[in-house]
Ligand binder design. Structure first.
Ligand code: PLP
Length: 398
């Protein structure tokens, strides 16, 4: 009997790093300029062209991108910002750090994205912005959300951390909002190690983001120390230290070019999982809506203990025991003590996000997976769901 004990642990969300990235990082190191400089400028130009975004600014994380976008949107204390309970804590922390009050609206149980009808119910005279998250890479109903925003004069800040390849009715993720924020964290669809990008519709907004990303200085360091003579800078705002380095952009320039190939690979893995698990008592991700493009960032089946005969946590434990890295995206935000204490949030007030958060398990979906890796995931999931001996979770165990 094989329970995979002879095999390597399959790291969840492992990035695909090519020889081009390695050569570019080495060239950057040898160039003597590793901070914010020419490679960041090139990465920004390439990204803007590739994603058809008019104005962009590279930063050191999507969390920073969200924080700066919310600040540049002009939020004031007491302003309310509506977002989804089914997201990473950074989405809501950024709203809090920008001085605003986060307000949650439940998700649609099928798409797992913000439900525009629930958003409409949460709008008050203090609402200033909506932060939709294109969960797992599936486009939000942006037509409905943009209509709500227009009607109530709200800013829209898209969290595109999962959505770099996402499109809906010919419009790409990041092209709807006043601001949009991308992540290049190690597990995302492309990576710079750590990194992020802000896109803005208006040039003055991106200028403000760039200033805030570098201490609030009026000129960036690369321009100051370039070969056209020393220039004094002025500090015009109390900014932050959120700039991306050339070392990171060296990765980004080539990761960007690999997006189509890696997306194709994940699309094939996605299709294989759908086919291989069709007869299991899992709730599989909903079909991709017509005229949309899913980024295939996360494959998130739901495990209902009553139907599957084992709990989500037992499933996670069995997968880990079989040396397969899995994830949870996400326990709904009201499950976390800090938000319960601060805002009085209760999971049961957002029942769809609560149930998804308690049942969801993310399977490996990295483009780095080999055919053999994928078949090992398929085999192991089937064995666990059929509760074969050797694949059962240890009794009572966490
Ligand atoms: C990863 C992620 C972030 C944060 O991105 P970082 O680049 O790690 O700061 C924000 N929102 C969502 C939905 C994410 O998945």
């Amino acid at each position: 009997m094989s329970n995979s004990s002879d095999q390597e642990f399959l790291v969840f969300g492992a990035p695909v790093i090519g020889e081009e990235e390695i050569a570019e990082v080495v060239a950057c190191l040898r160039s003597g300029w590793i901070g914010t400089g020419p490679r960041v400028a090139q990465f920004e130009r390439d990204f803007a062209v590739d994603k058809k975004l008019p104005h962009v600014a590279a930063v050191n994380s999507c969390t920073a991108a969200l924080h700066l976008s919310l600040l540049a949107a002009g939020l004031e204390p007491g302003d309310e910002v509506i977002t989804t309970p089914l997201t990473f804590c950074a989405t809501v922390n950024a709203i809090i750090h920008a001085g605003a009050t986060p307000v949650l609206a439940d998700v649609n149980p099928v798409t797992m994205n913000l439900d525009p009808a629930r958003v409409a119910e949460q709008i008050t005279p203090r609402t200033r912005a909506i932060v939709p998250v294109h969960f797992a890479g599936r486009a939000c109903d942006m037509e409905a959300l943009m209509a709500l925003a227009a009607k109530h004069g709200l800013k829209v800040i898209e969290d595109c951390a999962h959505a770099i390849e996402t499109e809906r009715h010919g419009v790409g993720a990041g092209q709807w909002g006043d601001f949009s924020c991308f992540s290049f964290y190690a597990t995302k669809n492309m990576t710079t190690g750590e990194g992020g990008m802000v896109a803005a519709k208006r040039e003055e907004d991106i200028a403000k983001v760039k200033r805030l990303a570098l201490h609030g200085m009026s000129k960036d360091a690369w321009k100051r120390f370039g070969d056209d003579g020393y220039k004094h800078y002025s500090v015009v705002e109390t900014g932050f230290k959120y700039n991306m380095m050339d070392l990171q952009a060296a990765l980004g320039i080539h990761q960007l070019r690999s997006l189509p190939r890696n997306w194709e690979r994940r699309a094939r893995i996605w299709a294989r999982y759908l086919e291989a698990f069709a007869d299991l008592p899992l709730t599989l991700p909903a079909p991709v809506e017509p005229s949309t493009r899913h980024a295939f960032h996360l494959f998130t089946p739901l495990i209902d203990a009553a139907r599957c005969g084992l709990s989500r946590d037992q499933f996670l434990e069995a997968m880990t025991h079989a040396k397969l890295g899995v994830g949870v995206h996400y326990l709904s935000l009201p499950e976390h003590p800090v938000y319960q204490t601060r805002f009085g949030w209760r999971p049961e007030d957002y029942p769809h996000a609560m149930r998804i958060g308690r049942q969801t398990a993310s399977l490996p979906l990295s483009a780095k997976l080999t055919e053999e890796n994928v078949e090992r995931v398929v085999r192991t999931v089937r064995q666990i769901l059929h509760r074969l001996p050797g694949f059962l979770p240890r009794r009572g165990g966490a």
